[in-house]
Structures are given as C-alpha cells and as structure tokens.
Write a new protein. Sequence first.
Length: 560
Amino acid sequence: MPRRKSVDHSAPVQKRARTGCLTCRTRKVKCDEAKPRCTNCSRRGLTCETGIQLKWEQEFTSRGLAFGRQGRWSKDRAPGSPYTPPALTSPGPQPFSADFQDPVEWCIVPLVRPHHFINTFYYDFDLDSYGADLLRLEDNLLSPTTPPRTTAIAISRSPSPYPSLISIDSSLLEYYLLRLCPLTTPSRLASSPFAQLIVPLFGISGQEDVQQAVMALSARHRSTTDSRWTKTAMTLKGGVIASLRRRLLLAGNGSEIIWDPQILVIMMFLCLYEIVDNCDHRWVVHLRASEDIIRRSRQIESSHVYQDFGALTTFTERFFAFQDVISRTACGNSPLFGIEYWDYASQPANIDSWMGCSPALVKVLCRITELSRLKSRGDISVMAFEQQSAELEQELDRMRLPDGVAGDTLASAAELKRKSILLYHHCVLYNAAPSTPFVSQSVRDILEGLRDLVKAGATAGLAFPVFVAAVELDPVDDQLFHDKETGEAVSGRRLVLETLEEIGRCSLSNISRTRAVIQKVWRTRDMSLDEDTAPHKRRGCETNDWSFFVGPYSSNISLA
C-alpha cells in the first residue's frame, strides 16, 4: 500500500483555473491555458475549445450532480454531509449558469409592451422644426420593419344583398355594414347616420359614385389589418376622385350652379379615407372645399332634388362643420365653419349619435376657440374678455348631465366631452397648466371616465377627450389614482397609451397621428423641467401653456 504524501499546510492553496479550455476540463486534466492552443490539445491533435459552458439546473438536478459552484466539493459544507440540490425559486424555464457563475436569483419583471416606450430624439431639442419631426415620428410609428405586401385583391362579383348592385363587392359592403357603421357612434343602442342615411342609397339607381366611395373607405380601413387590400383601396379611390371631378365640372358649367347633393357625400367619404390613411393635409383639402360648396349651395333656392336628400345633406354639412371645429381647437386656427352655422342647428340640446355630444356644446367650443384667438391678438378688452369667459364657463356648468346616466354610453361620452371642453376652456382662456389643481383633477376624472367607457366597449368619438387630458398630464405627477379592483397605482401616460391602442382598433380615428402629437408634447414638457423659468413665460414669449406646448404640433390632426 503506497504511503500517503504529507500535506504542507503552509503552502498556498491551489485554486481551480476558470479560464482553461473546455477540452481539458472534459478530460479532467490541468490546462496550461496556452494560446491559441494549449499544450495538451496541441500534443494530442485535439480541438482546443474555449468559451463559456452553459449548465442547466434541471439536468444536473435529475442526475444528482452539482450545479455551478454548489456541489460536493464546496468548502462550506460539512464533511460527509449529503448533497442537497438548490430549490427552484421560480416556475417556468429553468435558469442556466456559466461554469463559474453563482446561482441565478429570479426577480419579478413587469409587463412591458412596445407602446410603453417614449424615445427622445436629437431633433426634439429643435422646437422650430416640429413639422419635420412629426413626419419622422410618424414614420417610426407607422412603418414596419419589412415593407407590407400590397397584393391587390380582385373585387368579387358574388351575389350582393342588393341584387340591383352587381358592381359592388359584397365583402366590402358587408364590412361597411357590420364593421364600420358600429364604429361611428359610442352607443350600441343609437342608430348610426352612416347606416340610416347612406345604406338606403345602395338601392337607388344613379348612386354608383357614392357606392364606390363607400367601398373605397371600407377597403382602406380593411387594409390597416390586411395589407392585401391596399392596392384595391387605391384603385377605388382613384375612380372616386375622377367621378367627383366630373361632377364638379358639370355643376360649374352653364349660367347657374347646379346643386348636386351627391358631391358632399362623396367628399365626406374621401375625407374619412384620408383620415384613416395618413391624416395629413389632404383631408383638410376636402374640408376646405366642402365649406366653399356648402356656402355656394345655400345661395341656390331649394329644389326637389335638395328636399329629397334633405336629411342626408344636413348630416354631411354637420360632419364637415364638426370635424373643423373640434380638430382646429388643438392648433387654435380660425374655424372654417363659424359660430353662425350652429345657430341654425335643429334640436341643439339633443345629443347627436355621431358627434357624441349636442350641437349646443359644439357651439360653446367654437366660441371658446374664437375668444382665445381674439385674446392672443389683443382684439378684445379685458373687461369684455372676462365677461365672455365667465359666461362660457357658466354655460358649460349648466350642460352638466345628471349622475343617473352612468349606464348610457352615449350620455357618458357626451359628459366626457363637456369636461374636456371645460378643461380646454381653462387652459386657453385662463392660462391653466398641468400643475394647476383644477387641471390635474380634471385630467384624473376624464381619464378614469375614459377607462370605464373603453372597458364597456364604447370607443367611438373619444379622440378629443383623451387628447386634451393627455397633453395636460403633469410630467412630475404621473400617478393618477388607484385601481378599485387591484389596488395598484394607475400611471397616467401608460393609461393614455393603452386607451389609444384600444381606440385605434375600434374607431375611424387616426390614432397613430394623435399618439405622435401627444408623445411630442410629453417630450417637450420633460425637457423643460430642468429650466428655472417655464418656456412660455420667458420675456418676449408671453403665451399660455397650451399655445406653446400643444398648438405648434397639432396641425391637421382629426379629433372627431
């Protein structure tokens, strides 16, 4: 029996090398760590592999082996004690460890989605180039990593619910009836004018151009989720524009202007097409043209044709007027349809199913915008301004709906619009800012009401409330309230982005454009926090918070 070697306790303890090659570690021999090949591998003609060897805890546990540095040779374990594998700290996929790493400790990772990130770019510091900034931001939001397929889908000639309409794609007609029309009103009980007034035209001869305009809008909205409809939508749109040009030329020929009620209907669907498409200046072109046509048409005496389309004509005029008033509040421009248009509205106190509010409320909004413009230009005295501002605030308070209408989504949407207009009133007339107590409380109430409506499935017509509340969020006080069910704190920006995502799936609004403006306002506010004086209060730049942070970036957005 060989004699045991004496152990020299004074000699330094030799530690295992951690950078040896994997081949020597597998053969369990000492590696001299020579580069590029160690001596053992060079002498035997073996491949000298270096790197990190991954070990899976589940595999080593099943074999009863040590995992990482925990094992039989650990100096912390008493001699002779059995090896106990470490307990797993988390279900799901097991952690891995490098051969020389310590055991992994799991931590709870919150749910993070792509829309929760708000990046700050270098050009955000140049406030004068906001137009190009928004275009770049929209490209980042709208452009996928790979170009979408634009394969055209042939328009089918399958039997239509209306046998006389052999030229209509039945699938697009069904998409319009079952998908688009319900998106035009926040209430499932209220009838949509897009179904009540437009659908009967499908059974009347001579309405082919209107039918093609409806099909173009359906194809474009359908292409947002299926890019194969993109080319079909563009083809239909080209045909509609050509037919509209012919009608305009025919209406302008001769000694008198011939009133054609189909012109406004076609322009309404082209306007919606451009809003769904990119929501840029092109939808405003149709808006401006509609104002000119409406003004000229009112100079013509009523005819039999006009009376046949009276309800439809009234609706199309209100469509353009509402788009103009509620969208131009963001940038503060002069409305095309003035206050006098809403003086002739029938039943002004009743809630319109498409607008989601009453004509009287829209008139107040128009007056607030005009009063703000007079104030900025200095065209009104201080006494007159204060008197009119107080009258508008009192009128908004009188329009408050009772608490008993909480179950009616249409009435709830109208109340949210009233609160949003009141918040807008304080910002543009009273120079209120996100840190103002009234503003912060109003933002909380509006966003909490929006969350309840979205949970109830009512998302149409909510673009304006979510926009006003979002741009007036206080960047230093993002926690709004605590969830009644979970008790967790609700973050304002996260709630806004999640609400926009839901609205984008279930409305005709272009949420991508609205989200781009909101995020631009947030970044601008964040960059101004480190400054001693608010940018809009500096000498030579005396303006209110809304005009400085919101107005310059809100041109051509649609908030209807």
